[in-house]
Design a protein around this ligand. Sequence first.
Ligand code: ZN
Length: 63
Amino acid sequence: MRLFECGSLVPGCDWHTRANDDAEVVRRAVEHMRTAHGETMIRESMVEHIKERIVNEKAADAA
Ligand SMILES: [Zn+2]
């Protein structure tokens, strides 16, 4: 699973999301930026910042 913690981008925010692929994580993170942080203009640089902060999350059942 891929994990994005908003606190790595917006200090103090404890929202996070996880998904099987980066595209889905980015999609959810952008939606969160819009609704929670009032970012109506999602810039390319913000998408890059989100991608840079997506990490692998070790799953107990990982092969
Ligand atoms: Zn947030």
